[in-house]
Design a protein. Structure first.
Length: 93
């Protein structure tokens, strides 16, 4: 059974609120929805894999402009996004 975009948004909301705060969560979720649309256009898949969404949030570090850049990188080359996310994780540990 396919999960709709609205259900995915609700599912992602806690992580996005934790990263961006309540006041910016809706805008961040909108940007993730745009990422889904771009992903679908490029890869004919409904949504990026969960790991890609997680990497986008890690790279963004709660900054909206960085979220936009990370979302674009996800569509252009998710392997480069993974490297960037791994670097953020390495520096955080």
């Amino acid at each position: 059974m396919a999960v709709g975009r609205a259900a995915r948004r609700v599912e992602r909301e806690p992580a996005v609120q934790a990263s961006f705060g309540l006041d910016r969560a809706a805008a961040a979720l909108d940007l993730l929805e745009l990422l889904e649309l771009a992903w679908h256009d490029c890869y004919a898949e409904l949504t990026p894999p969960v790991d890609v969404i997680n990497d986008v949030l890690v790279v963004a570090r709660g900054d909206m402009s960085t979220l936009a850049r990370a979302a674009r990188l996800a569509v252009e080359d998710s392997r480069d996004l993974r490297l960037a996310a791994d670097e953020v994780r390495r520096r955080a540990s």
